[in-house]
Structures are given as C-alpha cells and as structure tokens.
Design a protein. Structure first.
Length: 358
C-alpha cells in the first residue's frame, strides 16, 4: 500500500533532537519520514550529496521546514542559498504542501532586524549582534530566507515554536484539516457530478438552467465553478436543439419515403466531422455527403435536401427557423465534442435506422 512521504528539511547539527522527534511523530501517523541522516535519501554516487537531497524532494508528498539559528552549508549549485533553502525551493516548485516552523527567538531577531533597516539602514542592521543566530555573518542570509517564505504567494504560513510540543500540536491540527479538506473535496466532486447528471437529463427541456444551478450550486461551489457547469450544459442544450431541428427537417421531407434509412455509419460520420472546420452549419452538414445544403445569396434562401431524394425544402434566411439553426450551431455544435454529438445525434436521428424494419 502506498503511503505519504514526508520530507523533513532543516540544518542537522543544531536541530538533531527536533529531527529525531519529527521522525517518530511522522512514523506514528503511518507516513514515511525522509531524513538524510536516517539513510532515507538515495545518494547517487555520480552526484553531489546536495543534488541527491534536492532530487529526493520531488518524490515526497509533504514537506516540513524547520529553521533555527544556523544558516547551514551553502548549496553547491546555488547562488548563495543554503542546502535547506534549496530543498524548500524545490518543494515550492513541485507545489508540495509545506509546513514551516521558525524558532521563536530567531523569528523575534528577524523582526528586530527588519525594524532596524526601516529605522536606520541595512548597514546598521547588519552590525548588530543577534544572540539567537549562531554565526553572525549568516544573519542577513538567514533573515532573507525566512522573509522569502513569508513573502511567497501561497503556502507561506510560518509557525513560531519554542519546543517540539509546539510543532507537534500544530502539525496535528494542520494534517487533520488537510484530511478533512480531502474528504470534503471528494464529497463536493460527487455533488458536482450529481448536478451535472441532473442537468444532462434536463437538456432539451424548457427549464431555466441558470436559476436551477444557482439555487443548487453557487452558494456551495462558487460562481466560477457554477459558470463552468452552466456553460457546458448550455453547449449540450444548444447542440440538442440543433439536431432536434434537423430531425424535424428530415421528417418534413421523408415522411412518405418508407425506404429512407440512416445507417450506423451515417450517424457516426455526422458526429465525427469537426464542425469548427466550416464557416456555417450548411457547410458542416453538407460535408457529410448525406444532406444537401445550399445558400442562395440573391434570394436570401437556403435549400435543404438529400442526395438520393428529389424533394427539397427552402427556408428564408430571415426566418426564425434559420436564425435558430444558426444560433444553436454557433452556441452548441461548434463547441461540442465527438462523444456529445454522437450521443445527441443517436437520440434524435437513430429512429431513421429502424423506420424501414418495422
């Protein structure tokens, strides 16, 4: 059974106790902790150990960052960042959920550092001795690292801690929230699928879809998700209306033609022709080789017929019938996919397959 992998990133020497406790804590959840000192990282003999650590992040599902008073060794392929910072940057790049902790006195020192930059200047702030920082020459780099976490566009929460109990309590709450969010999304997805199914069955009815969806959907899922489901349903509705009108035209022409039949191949052919390759619906259906659609720009008429049958229909392009066909084509058929068209076409046109077998 696959289990979540949790990468634990921090300097090692000063945080050995926190790392050991995190290893036990993560394991108690049934997750797999990844720490370099526990031989959890594969150290490729052809690469530097720094590269192996950074690459291991890609294989993980959660990332715990702990920052204390040491900046740590600089990443061999970096531009001044530490190996811990390089691991963090990779986790951000991979969009892995990050849980960041900074020792309380270090966070206070960073705040004092920032206030001195505002009040005085950077040179003055760098001359101050910060007791929480192990190596004073690393103060600026460490503070900038913390600031980069704080200024991230997302997943930028930082939790101050004094003891490991603070880290443990925070992770328990966050992971419970993460699991609850996962369960809620599964439930929401089922609700969306259920509503979509209802709307599919309503396609072709006179119900006002926007009102129905807004009453069922907006409050729970938001306007963007609601607009998406309405748009998709409108495509199906318009596509259905187009082929329903086509069926009416076929009825008008072939109601006395007992030997007329559309084969399974005909239905598939109509559904598989991409409508966006044509400028209008008459060119689209004319391309099937089944129907005749001609437009007379002098008389503002279009002709509908069939290759094997002499009877034809003529429509004024200013008529409501023509205007609706054009609208349903542009609003629906042009945006539909093959599966949607096949399902709708078989709903409206498949009876022409059975007409001669009765």
């Amino acid at each position: 059974m696959a289990i979540p992998k949790v990468f634990i990133s921090s300097t090692c020497y000063d945080l050995a106790e926190e790392r050991a406790q995190l290893e036990r804590f993560v394991s108690s959840y049934g997750f797999q902790p990844i720490l370099s000192e526990f031989n959890d990282v594969f150290f490729n003999p052809d690469e530097h150990t720094h590269e192996s650590c950074v690459k291991e992040v890609i294989n993980c599902d959660l990332f715990i960052l702990v920052i204390s008073g040491r900046f740590g060794g600089k990443y061999i392929k970096g531009a001044g960042e530490s190996i811990t910072q390089a691991e963090y940057n990779e986790a951000r790049k991979q969009k892995i959920p990050i849980f960041s902790f900074v020792k309380g006195n270090v966070l206070e020192a960073q705040l004092y550092y920032k206030e001195n930059i505002k009040t005085n200047n950077l040179e003055f702030a760098n001359k101050i001795n910060y007791p929480a920082i192990t190596k004073q020459s690393d103060s600026e780099s460490l503070f900038k690292f913390i600031e980069s976490v704080q200024r991230a566009s997302e997943n930028n929460a930082i939790e101050s801690y004094v003891s490991f109990t603070d880290i443990e309590n925070h992770l328990r709450k966050q992971w419970a929230g993460l699991f609850y969010s996962f369960l809620q999304k599964r439930k929401d997805q089922r609700d969306v699928e259920h509503i979509s199914s209802i709307l599919d069955r309503l396609t072709g009815s006179s119900a006002k879809l926007e009102s129905l969806v807004e009453s069922l959907h907006v409050e729970k899922f938001g306007e963007e998700s609601t607009k998406d489901i309405i748009d998709k349903t409108q495509v199906r509705l318009s596509t259905s209306s187009f082929f329903n009108m086509l069926d009416e035209m076929i009825n008008a022409i072939w109601m006395f033609e007992e030997d007329f039949v559309l084969s399974e191949n005909d239905l598939n052919k109509i559904s598989e022709i991409p409508p966006y390759d044509f400028t209008g619906f008459f060119e689209y259906l004319g391309s099937t080789g089944i129907f005749i659609f001609e437009y007379d720009d002098l008389d503002d008429e279009f002709t509908f017929g069939h290759n094997d049958i002499e009877q034809i229909l003529k429509f004024d392009t200013k008529s409501e019938y023509y205007i609706n066909l054009k609208k349903f084509y542009s609003d629906g058929v042009l945006h539909s996919n093959v599966l949607q068209r096949r399902k709708i076409i078989k709903r409206y046109l498949s009876h022409w397959q059975t007409a001669t077998t009765l």
